[in-house]
Write a protein that binds this ligand. Structure first.
Ligand SMILES: [Mn+2]
Length: 325
C-alpha cells in the first residue's frame, strides 16, 4: 500500500498520464476523474481520460466532461502512467481498456471499496472514506495545491453520489466538513447538483420502474426482495441499463427487507446484479461469491446465467447468510 507522498512523487516524476474508471461510471467515478485531470493539468502534465462507457447525460453538467474520450481512442496513446479510479479490480475498467491501455511505467490504483484489490504498481486504498472523491480532495490538500471551483463541483458530485446524498453511514462528520468546504469553494447550489443528477429523469425510466416493480417478489419472511429487468422491458420503454440505477433502493426501502436484489438481463442473456443491505448481511461478501464487489451495504456482480437461475443462486446465498446470523 502506498501513501500520498509516494503518489505525489509519481505524479511529479512522469509527464504523460491516462485516467480511467469502472464501467457504467457514476458520479464518484466521473467527478474524481475530472478533478484529478485538472490537478495534473495544473502540474503541466499531458493527460487524457478514457472510459469504457460514455458520460451519462445527468453528469454532463460537470466541467470538462467532453474531455472524457471513448475506449477506442486510447489505442494511439501510450502514457507513462495509468491512473485507475474507483475500480476494485483491473477488470472493472472494461475488456477493451484492460487489454489496450497499457502504461510504460506504472498503474496507479486509487480506490475506497472494501473489496479493493492491490492490482496497481501503486495502490492508494482508503476504505474508511466515503468516496474516491474524498481521497482526491485529501490528496490535493496534501499536495498543497488549491482546489478550484470546477474541481469543487466535481468532487462534491462524487461525495454526494457515493453517500446517497449524505444519507449512508459512510457520510462521516469529516465528509460533511469536506462537502461544506467544496460548496464554499465552488459557490454552486447543492440543490442544483442534486437536481442535475436525480431530477432529469426521462419518462421511459418511470415507465420502466413501473414494469420493474410489478416483478417484485419476496421470501416468505419478507427479508429478501428482488425485481427483474428484462431486455424486453428495456426495449418496450426505450431505456438502457443506465436507467435501472436507483431501482434497487426502492426495493430496499420496504419495511421488512434486509437484502434487496435487482437483476438485469444483459444482451447476452446473462445477469447484472445490484445488491443492497439494511446492515445485517454483508452484501460485499455476497457479491464476492460471484466475483463481484462493492461495500457492505451496496454491491454488485455479474452472473453468467439467465436471471431466473441467477435469482435462485443469490436468494439461496442471502438466505444462508441471514440464517447464520
Ligand atoms: Mn466510489
Amino acid at each position: 500500500m502506498n501513501n500520498f507522498g509516494d503518489l505525489l512523487t509519481l505524479f511529479e516524476r512522469y509527464q504523460t498520464f491516462a485516467i480511467t474508471t469502472h464501467v457504467n461510471p457514476d458520479g464518484d467515478a466521473i467527478g474524481s476523474e475530472i478533478a484529478l485531470y485538472l490537478f495534473l493539468r495544473k502540474l503541466g502534465k499531458s493527460i487524457r481520460i478514457f472510459n469504457a462507457d460514455a458520460v451519462p447525460k445527468k453528469y454532463q453538467f460537470l466541467p470538462y466532461w467532453e474531455n472524457v474520450e471513448n475506449a477506442q481512442a486510447s489505442t494511439d496513446y501510450c502514457p507513462e502512467a495509468l491512473v485507475i479510479l474507483d475500480a476494485s479490480s483491473r477488470e472493472r475498467i472494461g475488456k477493451f481498456l484492460s487489454k489496450h491501455l497499457i502504461p510504460i511505467h506504472a498503474i496507479v490504483n486509487i480506490d475506497h471499496h472494501i473489496s479493493a484489490k492491490n492490482f496497481g504498481d501503486y495502490n492508494v486504498i482508503q476504505t474508511e472514506v466515503s468516496s474516491t472523491a474524498e481521497i482526491i480532495y485529501k490528496f490535493i490538500k496534501y499536495a498543497d495545491m488549491s482546489i478550484d471551483a470546477e474541481q469543487a463541483l466535481c468532487l462534491y458530485t462524487g461525495l454526494m453520489f457515493d453517500t446517497g446524498c449524505f444519507r449512508y453511514s459512510n457520510a462521516t462528520p469529516e465528509t460533511h466538513r469536506i462537502a461544506a468546504d467544496l460548496i464554499e469553494i465552488g459557490n454552486f447550489a447543492p440543490d442544483e447538483v442534486y437536481s442535475n443528477v436525480y431530477e432529469h429523469l426521462p419518462l421511459g425510466k418511470i415507465r420502466l420502474l413501473g414494469k420493474t416493480l410489478s416483478t417484485l417478489e419476496l421470501t416468505s419472511d419478507g427479508k429478501i426482495a428482488w425485481v427483474v429487468v428484462t431486455q424486453k422491458m428495456l426495449n418496450d420503454t426505450d431505456t438502457t441499463l443506465d436507467d435501472v440505477e436507483g431501482f434497487v433502493n426502492q426495493i430496499q426501502a420496504i419495511d421488512s427487507v434486509e437484502v434487496a436484489v435487482c437483476i438485469c438481463e444483459l444482451q447476452d442473456g446473462n445477469s447484472k446484479v445490484s445488491l443492497r443491505s439494511e446492515g445485517l448481511v454483508d452484501v460485499a461478501a455476497l457479491a464476492a461469491e460471484f466475483n463481484g464487489g462493492g461495500h457492505e451495504r451496496a454491491s454488485g456482480c455479474r452472473i453468467n446465467h439467465q436471471p431466473t437461475s441467477a435469482i435462485k443462486m443469490l436468494v439461496g446465498s442471502a438466505k444462508r447468510r441471514i440464517d447464520e446470523i
